[in-house]
Write a new protein. Structure first.
Ligand SMILES: [Zn+2]
Length: 54
């Protein structure tokens, strides 16, 4: 996997999750996502995936 600019990638993708229902991107600390403490601002869903995985 090409990691040209790791710092920028980390800044862009770190702590960013995607709603499984509506694909809305949400930036939140991973501990909060895992603990289920955040909900999607668009559909109020609680199913998120890390943005890196496709
Ligand atoms: Zn959503």
């Amino acid at each position: 996997m090409a990691t040209k600019i790791p710092i920028a990638q980390k800044r862009m993708f770190h702590n960013v999750y995607v709603c499984k229902n509506c694909n809305k991107k949400v930036r939140s600390p991973s501990v909060r996502v895992v603990a289920g403490k955040i909900s999607c601002p668009r559909c109020k869903g609680r199913a998120f995936r890390p943005i890196r995985k496709k």
